[in-house]
Design a protein around this ligand. Sequence first.
Ligand SMILES: [Zn+2]
Length: 174
Amino acid sequence: MEKSTQLPKTIKVFNFAKKEVNLHGEYKIANVPRVSDLARNNEDNLKVNLSFHLENGKTPCVKGIINSKIVLDCQRCLDALNLDLKVFFNLAFVRYESQAEGLDKVYEVYVLGEDEEINTLDLISDELLLSLPMAPSHKFDCSLKVESEIKVEKVHENPFDVLKNIKIADFGKE
Ligand SMILES: [Zn+2]
C-alpha cells in the first residue's frame, strides 16, 4: 500500500492496480477543467480519494470518492445554488470493450485502447460533471419567490412605475 497526499498528474493504471495504490489529494476547483467554467467558487477545494486494485487478478479498477461543495447558477432564478457533492465511482479499465464481459455490474467500463496512463484531472472532471444536474435549480420553487416579490412591489409602488421597470427589464434582455 502506497500513500500520497499529492495526486500524480497521470494515473498509471496497471502499475497502480498491481501495487494497490491509495491516493488522497485536493484540487482547487479553478484547476479542474470544465467544472471551473460552471462553478462560482473556483477558490474552494475538492477532495479526492482513489483506491486501485486488480479485479479477478487481471482487470485494473479504481474506487473513487470526490467530496466537494460546488456553487452553480440556478437555471431558474440565476441565484447561487449550493451543492454538497459526494461522488462515488467504480471504474474498470479495459483495452477493448469485449474485455469487460463478466465484470461485476458495479463497474463502469473505461476503454483505454493503447493508453497506459490517463490524466488524473480529466478523470476527476469527467466523474464530477456526470454527477452534476443537467439543469441545476433550487429544490424550492424559486420562480415563486420572484413572482411574490413583484406582487409586493405592485402593492407599495405607483402602478405606472412598476410598468416602467418591466419595460426596462425587457429591453435589457434583448
Ligand atoms: Zn433558483
